[in-house]
Ligand binder design. Sequence first.
Ligand code: UDX
Length: 454
Amino acid sequence: MKVCVVGTGYVGLTTGVSLAFLGHDVTCVEIDQNKVDMLRAGRCPIYEPGMEDLLSEAAPKLNFTTSFAEGVPGADVVFVAVQTPSSPDGSPDLRYLRTAAETVAQHLDHTFTVVVNKSTVPIGSGNWVDAILRDSFAQCEDRREGCEFAVASNPEFLREGNAIHDTLYPDRIVIGSDNPRSLEVLNQLYRPIINQTFTAPGFLPRPDDMAAVPLVSTDLASAELIKYAANAFLALKISYVNEIGQLAGKVGADITEVARGIGLDDRIGSRFLEPGVGWGGSCFGKDTKALIATAGEYNYEMPIVRAARDVNERQRVIAVERLQDELRILKGRRIGLLGLAFKPNTDDLRDSPTVDIAKLLIARGARVRLHDPIAGERFRREYPELAPHLTETIDGLFDDCDAVVLVTKWAQYLEMDWSKFVGLMRTPILLDGRHALDAERMTRLGYRYLAISG
Ligand code: UDX
């Protein structure tokens, strides 16, 4: 099938490259010429493991351009995957989406095109995009006879750092439209994934237990709500374990044991029950906020989702308070934070717990040092005011520190020789913000080991 993807952020790029890898003819339209140049040269503008390998495998079926006229005409499916950043009031800024939809409409010329809303947008945006497409199409002087189109939603569940895996081997595919023909087209598009008939890429073998992928084919509003409901549920699962974690600390229980004990119940499941400083990233914070805002439009409260957000925010404050309880005075203390990215295997800094913890510490008079194996360069660009706190080396981070906090669970941190650093510290306080280190071993090495919960 002929596919056009508008926008080459995490979602757009992964979708485009994966569909080309599966054999579809894909054109990715991106307004940033630099990004197009990079991608044409086979280089990936974001840090995502495996993406450059897949880019090279998919290259014969993949085209990058700044021109909608090259991508949209003749396309069976157009994915709109442009960014929807938060406005100052927290609502998503839909300007890019509007412009993209208007421009797509001006180039539609096929007998039937499905326009898929892949950007994370408020519930109801499918209808909104449909109206924009129709207005813009109607205004075109050269209205094309016999050209039809319909809007669909196809929510994305990929995790950054595992984007290709989650796209090729998903738990389910959700498609939603009020137009049955759209659902049929998307069903065809995803057949190779649904039936797992493609040859797995060499660098990412098919999981042994991989079966056919369930397809949820539903109406537009349900598909849109599935996206939010799924992300909010994962977010509240994390907040739940973190809330229990604080109680575990008070009653003398070990939260990692508690999480294991409850997660083995099939009805609960062990994933997303890892205690720590909480979630960050582009989705959970934004999506839970948007869900509450949508409910508000119907004068409806969502106390569970609201509580999940509050607990998550509190975890960051608790990290600072744990240090304060231990050091008594934070003013003038030197505190090292390991990891800036909101999670390992990405350089994404959106809603990074580290940034909030650093700001809270600085506000309380501490001197902060920051390190990340990958995200340092991006951090300099996005947080120039905090850039002077960056250290290049792990030795430099520990040197003369009063405490060090493990915030992001990078493999490099988990696997490093912790015995080398303890002697560099002024006081060897180690706060494990992810319950990722072996408490006994760290204590043996001479650290005063503290975990965020308990
Ligand atoms: C998430 C969803 O998983 C994905 O389905 C959605 O489409 C986009 O948002 P992502 O933000 O890439 O993906 O990361 P994810 O791996 O889900 O982790 C989110 C955050 O939760 C990270 O900060 C992670 O450290 C934290 N987390 C995750 C926990 O604190 N505990 C856990 O048990 C799991």
